[in-house]
Design a protein around this ligand. Structure first.
Ligand code: SAM
Length: 280
């Protein structure tokens, strides 16, 4: 037996290593290896890619990534209790799994990997959203990663792929869709996890585009979008008045109605306004 076949079932791993789920670390584990292989496949062809996995836990998804052919997996896990289970996986796939015991929010492990790099994670939702925003706003574009395949609670996933005119449309949609193609690729009921969380989950797959869909300065666009959606019920001329004294004229110059609300403005409109505000 080699690779995944040499490893014990995940339920046994949890018992052997005493991995009772900790709420404080958002631990809801995936124990079905068919399901984790399916999630790994959503990340695309892994055979020529390095993968950063954040929050591997007992390693169900890690096994999926390795079995699906990832060249190398770098796994960052905060909970030291998971390390022995991950070491067993590393032994079954010699030279292909490296584990770092750290808080993923406090380090940038991408420098350890060779492009093409794919990022895959089933993380606690608050950590996932914070990391997503960081990955979407690197100092340079295109980023070092080529795709992100991330589990979120369904409501957050819907915010990432939302279109104008919907309640879910906001800062996350603009940030994600400005320079990526973003799709929900899987829906998972609470029972897919052990223990089951209160809500359903979705896997979102984002592919980095070489260039943004519409030109804009990242910092200016972020400021515009934050201001517009912080007061999403207000008309743009009121919500954005702190950005320029002549905001009405700027909105008109960008082809936007000063009386419109943020929710109605497509990505293209926010980018046009960011370009207009950058001019002075
Ligand atoms: N990937 C595993 C799976 O699918 O079964 C575990 C998923 S569980 C939802 C989230 C994992 O992220 C846990 O193993 C937890 O310890 C880890 N984690 C939580 N916060 C983290 C952080 N800031 N940095 C790295 N790992 C973290």
């Amino acid at each position: 037996m080699s690779g995944i076949d040499a490893l014990p079932p995940l339920r046994d791993v949890i018992t052997t290593h005493g991995l009772s789920a900790k709420k404080s670390l958002g631990q809801n584990f995936l124990l079905d290896l068919n399901l984790t292989a399916k999630i790994a496949r959503q990340a695309g062809d892994l055979s020529g890619s390095d993968v950063l996995e954040v929050g591997p836990g007992p390693g169900g998804l890690t096994r999926g990534l390795l079995a699906e052919g990832a060249r190398k997996v770098l796994a960052v896990e905060k909970d030291a209790r998971c390390l022995p289970a991950l070491a067993e996986i590393a032994a079954a796939y010699p030279g292909r799994l490296e584990v770092i015991n750290a808080d993923a929010l406090s380090l940038d492990p991408l420098a350890h990997l060779t492009p093409p790099i794919r990022i895959v994670a089933n993380l606690p939702y608050n950590v996932g959203t914070e990391l997503l925003v960081r990955w979407l706003t690197p100092p340079e574009w295109p980023p070092v990663w080529s795709s992100l395949t991330l589990m979120f609670q369904r409501e957050v996933a819907e915010r990432i792929v939302a279109r104008p005119g919907s309640k879910a449309y906001g800062r996350l949609a603009i940030l994600a869709q400005w320079r990526c193609e973003a799709r929900i690729v899987m829906q998972l009921p609470p029972e897919a996890f052990t223990p089951p969380p209160k809500v359903s989950s979705s896997v979102v797959h984002l592919t980095a585009l070489e260039t943004p869909k519409f030109e804009a300065d990242q910092k200016v666009l972020e400021r515009v979008v934050a201001a517009a959606f912080n007061q999403r019920r207000k008309m743009l001329r009121a919500a954005l008045k702190g950005l320029a004294p002549d905001i009405e004229d700027r909105l008109l110059a960008a082809g936007l109605k000063p009386t419109a609300r943020a929710e109605e403005i497509p990505l293209e409109g926010f980018c046009a306004l960011a370009r207009e505000l950058k001019r002075s």
